[in-house]
Design a binder for this molecule. Structure first.
Ligand SMILES: Cc1ncc(COP(=O)(O)O)c(C=O)c1O
Length: 368
């Protein structure tokens, strides 16, 4: 089998040699993007008669009659400072799910290209691939849920455009080996997407700084987890300018609404309270892990750096149904390959975690 990994001793070679344009879909290269009214005129004016908005206002206290900033500049300014990255290396989407979908549209030719995922992992990579009619290749994680470098190497071929790596990984919770990820980024002649949806619950360093070293790394983050804003639908992608320009070329013109941009800007003023919440969640996580480990129906609690924990049980389906009967919903992962017998449990508030433990104990008693 032909190996499409190149042995490269220094990342500088990969950084300079890789021509991203070779990876981009032909129709995207040719595309003339939609030029919105708010993009064409960016100065100051008093009268806006250019976008067919309703000049009379909105039936709400606050006026939302104007289209929002298509590039969400104010939010990017803040995020850029915190992450020590330039604003033009940030994309903001309608959830990171939008960024995932756009990556397919930018780089993958339907019915020709393929992507590689490392199950068990986040389900949307596969669903997005299917929606975009892209073949999915798989290199399962090893038994201890680490990346299988050899397996990945063997699964990659000339039309493999993207490799999705989720770290900390959903549903397993563990952070994947940084050196292996960097080695893959060095040698893979395609886009390496590193999904850091749960990074804020981990002590590990983000890969954002690596976008300056690797042209082919795209880092995904989200406001849905640590920031507690899942309902707003805001996700981020960090990458080199060339990739961010491609995102901006193919995205819907106004993909993040004004009300959402306002709410995110307000939330960004409360960074300290978010940091406190993260600390509390981590505290609760460690308590919950200790308590779950002591239950006789739990055979293994997997190490986690996320705001959830994967737990192997004696009978996941039965326990899941019992919890549902008690109005507690966890995620049953029994049917997921390599997660047989497992439940994925999000860390709740202290009261919620206590209720959960009480019901798990009741399950033990009623099944003796
Ligand atoms: C690994 C991972 N990436 C992305 C997402 C989706 O994030 P968003 O809410 O920003 O679309 C999730 C949601 O559960 C996730 O687990």
């Amino acid at each position: 089998m032909i190996k499409f990994f190149r042995v490269i001793s220094s990342f500088f070679v990969a950084k300079n040699v890789m021509d991203l344009q070779n990876l981009v879909r032909e129709n995207v290269k040719r595309l003339t993007p939609y030029s919105s009214a708010r993009k064409e005129f960016t100065g100051t004016a008093n009268i806006f008669l250019d976008a067919n908005e309703n000049s009379f206002g909105s039936p709400l206290e606050k006026n939302y009659n104007r289209y929002p900033d298509p590039l969400q500049y104010k939010i990017k300014e803040k995020i850029a400072v915190w992450n020590d990255v330039k604003t033009d290396k940030i994309f903001i989407g309608n959830g990171s799910d939008e960024a995932i979908d756009l990556l397919f549209r930018i780089f993958c030719e339907p019915q020709k290209d393929n992507i590689l995922i490392c199950p068990p992992t986040y389900g949307m990579y596969e669903v997005s691939a299917e929606i975009n009619d892209i073949e999915i290749r798989k290199a399962n994680l090893t038994e201890d849920f680490e990346l299988d470098f050899e397996g990945i190497e063997n699964a990659i071929e000339a039309n493999t455009k993207m490799l999705f790596i989720c770290s900390p990984n959903n549903p397993t919770g563990n952070t994947l080996d940084r050196n292996v990820i960097l080695e893959l980024a060095k040698t893979f002649n395609g886009i390496v997407v590193i999904d850091e949806a749960y990074i804020h619950f981990s002590n590990e360093k983000s890969f954002i700084s690596e976008i300056n070293n690797f042209k082919n790394i795209v880092v995904l983050q989200t406001f849905s987890k640590a920031w507690g804003l899942a309902g707003l639908r805001v996700g981020l992608a960090f990458a080199n300018i060339e990739i961010i320009e491609l995102f901006n070329k193919v995205k819907p013109p106004y993909n993040v609404s004004e009300i959402v941009q306002d709410a995110v800007l307000e939330a960004l003023e409360n960074k300290e309270s978010v940091e406190n919440t993260i600390a509390e969640i981590i505290d609760e996580r460690e308590k919950l892990i200790g308590n779950l480990s002591g239950l006789e129906i739990v055979t293994k609690v997997f190490p986690t750096d996320a705001n959830f924990v994967l737990v192997k049980t004696v009978d996941a389906d039965k326990i899941y149904r019992h919890l549902i009967d008690e109005k507690i919903v966890v995620r049953n992962r029994n049917n997921v390959e390599m997660c047989e017998g497992c439940l994925r449990i999000t860390i709740g508030t202290p009261e919620e975690n206590e209720r959960l433990l009480k019901e798990l104990k009741n399950f033990v008693i009623s099944n003796r």
